[in-house]
Ligand binder design. Structure first.
Ligand SMILES: Nc1ncnc2c1ncn2[C@@H]1O[C@H](COP(=O)(O)OP(=O)(O)OP(=O)(O)O)[C@@H](O)[C@H]1O
Ligand SMILES: [Mg+2]
Length: 333
């Protein structure tokens, strides 16, 4: 029952009487808005401290800029973009740089065999059980169990709710069934949380939500092929190793060695690449590793580069014969 004052007392034209209902309404409003503001501040703190990607020594030559702008243009049209390319060509760093330039918080998922829809959307993290046993009157026994489930949002739900950038790395490593939930996001703009009930079951996708996927082109054909309907809603950008000058600049920037030495490493790296089968190609990362090792040893002669190149390339050799063949190629570089 709500008490409504019929004759509001006014002093000099101002109302001085408040009904209990009005008082409560004012109090509730103030308190809930305060806690709302507190929550908002907390969220913003987490977003700026943990969710803005950090990209160190970013190199942007014309070829980097070209592919970056292509991805950004598709994203501005709200299409999810799938970057596909060989190992170590720079997919992840490109995606992170784009996410950083968007200025929105970014959430990250790493695809693998064991990923389930729950890993993407979230679930009930814990169930709180409260038991009340009332023996106030000796022969009357009241027992009440209250079950309260706590729902926790995982990256995909967070991104859809708050308009974050979703970065789904190595997405084709996850089984297709785990990614079914993405379909309604990209077609209807609705995220469905299958284990939730009532209103909470459907989340309207925030207008700032964007998604960037990456896949390794070597693995892509062999691992789980994503559902056709999903690929149909995405834009695919094929990315190869960057050009010689860009690779050298990246190697120099990520290791701190002089650019002329970085060019020497790049040339050997590219020459070895041209003689390797697709599953043994080594990317720009291998060049960065060689350069970092040279910097540590404080020398830069062809012999050392060849030796270090052999070390990083060996991780992809199958057996001793294979290794000897690779060494011969490296010797001739
Ligand atoms: N534009 C760039 N500026 C500076 N460094 C870069 C740039 N692009 C790539 N790199 C460096 O090159 C290396 C490989 O890049 P990255 O890890 O992004 O490759 P990837 O394609 O995601 O590899 P993988 O297929 O193994 O996931 C990293 O050391 C990264 O820091
Ligand atoms: Mg990567």
């Amino acid at each position: 029952m709500v008490y409504v004052a019929k004759h509001k007392r006014k002093v000099m034209g101002k109302q001085i009487h408040q009904t209990l209902f009005e008082k409560r309404k004012k109090l509730d409003g103030t308190e809930s808005s305060l806690s709302k503001i507190r929550k908002e501040i907390e969220k913003e703190k987490v977003e700026s401290e943990y969710l803005i990607p950090e990209v160190k020594n970013w190199i942007e030559t014309d070829s980097v800029k070209e592919v970056k702008e292509r991805v950004k243009n598709w994203l501005s049209l709200k299409h999810p973009v799938h970057i596909i390319g060989p190992t170590g060509c720079g997919k992840t760093l490109l995606a992170l740089q784009i996410a950083k330039e968007r200025g929105r918080p970014t959430v990250w998922i790493n695809g693998d065999e064991s990923i389930t829809t729950t890993d993407l959307i979230g679930g009930y993290s814990q169930v709180e059980v409260t038991s009340i046993r009332d023996k106030y009157i000796h022969n009357v026994f009241k027992d009440k169990d209250i079950l309260k489930a706590d729902w926790v949002d995982n990256p995909l739900t967070l991104a859809c709710k708050y308009g974050y950038t979703l970065f789904y790395n190595d997405f084709s490593r996850s089984r297709a069934v785990a990614n079914n939930v993405l379909l309604s996001i990209f077609s209807e703009g609705i995220l469905e949380l299958p284990t939730q009930f009532g209103e909470g079951r459907y989340v309207k996708v925030h207008p700032d939500f964007r998604a960037i996927f990456t896949s390794n082109s070597i693995e892509y054909a062999g691992i789980h092929r994503p559902q056709d309907a999903l690929l149909d809603r995405m834009v695919g950008i094929y990315m190869d190793y960057y050009d010689r000058e860009t690779e050298a600049k990246i190697i120099a920037a990520q290791s701190g060695i002089k650019e002329e030495y970085a060019l020497l490493i790049t040339d050997m790296l590219r020459s070895l690449r041209s003689k390797s089968p697709p599953e043994e190609l080594i990317g720009t990362r291998a060049g960065v590793m060689v350069a970092q090792a040279l910097k540590l040893a404080n020398r830069c002669d062809k012999r050392s580069i060849k030796q270090l190149l052999a070390d990083v390339a060996t991780s992809k050799t199958k057996n001793l014969n294979h290794f000897n063949e690779k060494m011969k190629i490296i010797e001739k570089l």
